[in-house]
Design a protein around this ligand. Structure first.
Ligand SMILES: Cc1cc2nc3c(=O)[nH]c(=O)nc-3n(C[C@H](O)[C@H](O)[C@H](O)COP(=O)(O)OP(=O)(O)OC[C@H]3O[C@@H](n4cnc5c(N)ncnc54)[C@H](O)[C@@H]3O)c2cc1C
Length: 436
């Protein structure tokens, strides 16, 4: 008689990484225990809500229902960038994998839809409100978990594998003493956000993402989201967005929004419907992918600055690759060390070039002080250039590889086209093109 408390895979954490991993393994018939500390639907501790077609394509593979996870959520087809009063540019979301839009999803709804998808597989046991407190060991190998449900006694489960899908402060990673690498602490950023209702439309022509840059140190995003709400986010250098120096997170957040008429014009008659949440010094790192009897996935494995909104993609992508590795192992096609090495190599090949680019963007957009002249000339020329804009949009939506996304021919071509445009306008005695 098989032990009812033994599973092929125990997954700690049931949001994007854990739930999609469980769904994939469950659909392949593996006996999986999925454990989540919180109860769903609920928002994750801290996250803003941008997702793109690249993420939805991975969700299509496991049968996630877009009408469910993006219920009452407007499709976002354009990003509008405004840089001080110097210029404005509109970038269309390009069509990749059959979708020409993204969402600012309601993470409570999204995470719950993925959880329910995983729990539908007959071979998946999904328990929420259950906190894992420790790991079980057989010598050097992780052999299971210990934990408890709210108000319940201690319970123990054994597994052939234990996966930490338990986010950036992963208990599994801490217990196995997973080594970190490629850690970047040189560009610390912090991010604060809240949801609002009754926010004035950007320009009366439909939903969008408004991105406003006041020039140095921080930026803002207003994203039309589910149920007529708008996610209003500010991200900046940690030294600039420091609630301890600015009277607390609420006062800092409200004060910053009120200082910028480009944002406040949309918010002044709106109601803030959530508290201000945020995170100081968001981490940038990779962790060891796994070891004897264990693996890490999603944020537990890799964390990156949220400026490009890539975290959910990385979570569901690494879950997909880890599922392949676990299946190769359980089918006897690979040993666990071989499967783990293949997982780490493939996960890194997809995520590392983007990691580097995201941090380059943090450096350029939040940590570089540009002169007035630069904003009015070459930064405007590049930002408004159609070829540059399309490549940037394809980078963010993972429609082109991050490696080499901006060839020098595009960069210098954009400069030349912008400068030439200004020369022609000067010749005609027109105003410079402040909007495009
Ligand atoms: C400020 C900020 C803004 C962001 N904005 C975006 C964005 O716009 N777009 C985007 O794509 N990404 C964004 N991200 C990143 C994104 O939130 C994460 O990459 C994503 O949520 C990772 O999913 P995950 O499943 O790995 O971890 P999580 O979503 O963190 O889920 C981990 C789960 O594990 C559970 N857990 C933890 N410990 C235990 C335990 N001991 N026992 C049981 N359960 C446990 C937790 O309760 C949690 O539900 C942002 C991140 C931050 C910090």
């Amino acid at each position: 008689m098989p032990d009812p408390n033994h599973y092929q895979v125990i997954i700690v954490g049931g949001r994007p990484a854990g739930a999609t991993l469980a769904a994939r393994l469950g659909q392949a018939g593996l006996r999986v225990l999925l454990l989540e500390r919180t109860t769903l639907p609920s928002r994750p501790a801290v996250s803003s809500p941008a997702i793109y077609a690249c993420t939805m394509r991975l969700l299509d593979e496991i049968g996630a229902d877009e009408a469910d996870y993006a219920r009452q959520t407007p499709k976002l087809r354009r990003w509008v960038y405004e840089i001080r009063d110097d210029f404005r540019t509109v970038n269309q979301v390009p069509e990749v994998w059959g979708r020409d839009y993204g969402y600012a999803i309601d993470r409570a709804r999204f995470d719950d839809a993925l959880w329910r998808l995983a729990a539908r597989s007959p071979s998946v046991t999904a328990r929420q409100g259950f906190s894992v407190t420790d790991l079980l060991w057989e010598g050097e190998r992780v052999a299971g978990v210990v934990g408890k449900a709210a108000g319940g006694g201690e319970e123990r489960f054994t597994g052939d594998l234990v996966v930490g899908a338990d986010g950036r402060f992963s208990l599994v990673a801490a217990k196995v003493k997973a080594a970190s690498h490629d850690v970047r602490t040189d560009l610390p950023t912090s991010l604060y956000y809240a949801y609002w209702r009754g926010v004035e439309s950007y320009d009366g022509t439909g939903p969008c993402v408004q991105i406003y840059g006041p020039g140095y140190g921080l930026g803002f995003l207003l994203m039309d989201s589910a149920d007529d709400t708008c996610a209003v986010v500010t991200e900046g250098q940690s030294a600039v967005l420091d609630p301890d120096q600015r009277g607390g997170a609420e006062a800092m957040y409200m004060g910053l929004l009120q200082q910028h008429p480009q944002l406040w014009r949309r918010l002044k008659h709106a109601e803030r419907v959530t508290t201000v949440r945020g995170m100081k010094k968001v981490g940038n790192l990779y962790r060891q992918a796994g070891g004897p009897g264990w693996a890490l996935v999603g944020d537990a494995y890799h964390q990156v600055d949220p400026i490009d909104g890539q975290g959910v993609f990385d979570a569901v992508f690494t879950a997909r690759v880890l599922a392949q590795a676990i299946l190769a192992y359980t089918r006897g096609e690979q040993t666990w060390p071989q499967a783990l090495a293949a997982y780490d190599t493939e996960a890194r090949a997809e995520t590392f070039p983007m990691y580097r680019e995201t941090l380059n963007r943090v450096q350029r957009e939040l940590y570089t002080r540009h002169s007035d002249w630069a904003f009015k000339t070459w930064l405007r020329w590049i930002s408004q250039d159609p070829v540059y804009k399309r490549r940037l949009a394809l980078l963010i939506t993972r429609g082109i590889p991050a490696e080499g996304w901006l060839p020098s021919s595009v960069f210098f071509g954009a400069l030349a086209r912008g400068a030439w445009g200004d020369v022609k306008r000067l010749w005609r005695r027109d105003e410079p093109a402040l909007a495009s």
